[in-house]
Design a protein around this ligand. Structure first.
Ligand code: C2E
Ligand code: MG
Ligand code: MG
Ligand code: MG
Length: 280
């Protein structure tokens, strides 16, 4: 994966999409250089267990500070990476980089902090994704059971053989899976039934609007109850206020991610955050 060759075929792939905008092409044309010149970096958002008053770990999030085209948000960048073949080299770069940072936290804090990494369906479609992922962890001597791969609901719409094989291989080796942005896609209870899903993440659109209507609260409550009944974890993302945190606590949701506790942080700042807040 280090020597991933940038084939011009990926440009052809992108150009096959006739709806391509000039903005997309502009971003696309800077990707190779960005990867070579290390313009990408990761930030880490703490995931807190409020019932234990502890930091469970963090979710790694991609950032691109483009020297030529300015900051590009993850929401704009990721779909472009997915449409092109770039999701593969950059996806492996993300995993490697996140592992390296995680290793530092472990050495410094002696805590078994967990790491959530977002994975797109195209990554899971690559036949050797699972084995490559495990080999990266092995290189860093990291325990697979500390990893959760976050996949959005729409990835599950196209469960081909490779995706299933990768999910099963990783799961057999202790890696966990979370359904990200739960409730926004084509929620399919079959996935919860048939795949080794250990966590659902309630989409921030529900959480941020939680106090706007009674209906919203009911929907959140149902997602929490569903997870309890299925004996899987539930994380609320996008928790920005004390009021919403309190509401979630009242509904027995204790895994929290959001600006109320912390924005995504640079790795060293995340370390400071752990050292300041962790009660061991
Ligand atoms: P996501 O995985 O659902 O990540 C959560 C997003 O919510 C992040 O946005 C995070 O910064 C934001 N967020 C967290 N707490 C709050 C809050 O309290 N308030 C508000 N307003 N926002 C909050 P971000 O980093 O811009 O990422 C957007 C999406 O891009 C991610 O959504 C994920 O789907 C994708 N993404 C980011 N990094 C990666 C990556 O490394 N690989 C892949 N495949 N996708 C990624
Ligand atoms: Mg996520
Ligand atoms: Mg998420
Ligand atoms: Mg989400």
């Amino acid at each position: 994966y280090d020597g991933y060759i940038f084939e011009s075929s990926s440009l052809h792939l992108l150009l096959k999409n006739t709806k391509i905008s000039s903005r997309k092409l502009l971003i696309y044309s800077h990707l190779k250089e960005a990867l070579e010149q290390e313009e990408f970096h990761l930030v880490f958002q703490p995931i807190i267990d409020v019932s234990k008053n502890s930091i469970v770990g963090a979710e790694a999030l991609l950032r691109w500070k483009g020297s030529k085209i300015g900051n590009i948000t993850a929401s704009e960048l990721i779909p472009i990476l997915e449409e092109s073949e770039y999701i593969h080299p950059i996806g492996y770069w993300i995993i490697k980089k996140a592992c390296k940072e995680m290793k530092k936290w472990h050495l410094k804090t002696k805590l078994n902090l967990e790491l959530h990494i977002n994975i797109s369906s195209n990554q899971l479609k690559a036949a050797n994704f699972g084995t490559t992922f495990l080999s990266i962890l092995k290189e860093e001597q990291l325990d697979p059971t500390l990893f959760t791969l976050e996949i959005t609901e729409h990835s599950f719409m196209e469960l081909d053989e490779n995706i299933l094989n990768n999910i099963h291989l990783l799961s057999q080796n202790g890696v966990s899976f979370a359904i990200d942005d739960f409730g926004t896609g084509y929620s399919n209870f079959n996935n919860l039934n048939q795949l080794p899903i250990s966590t659902i993440k309630i989409d921030k659109s529900f959480i941020m609007n939680a106090l706007d209507s009674e209906k919203n609260i009911e929907i959140i409550d149902i997602m929490i109850s569903l997870s309890k009944k299925l004996k899987i974890d539930v994380v609320a993302e996008g928790v920005e206020t004390k009021e919403i945190l309190q509401l979630l606590r009242n509904h027995n949701c204790s895994l929290i991610q959001g600006y109320y506790f912390s924005k995504p942080l640079h790795s060293s700042v995340f370390l400071d955050y752990i050292e300041r807040n962790q009660v061991s």
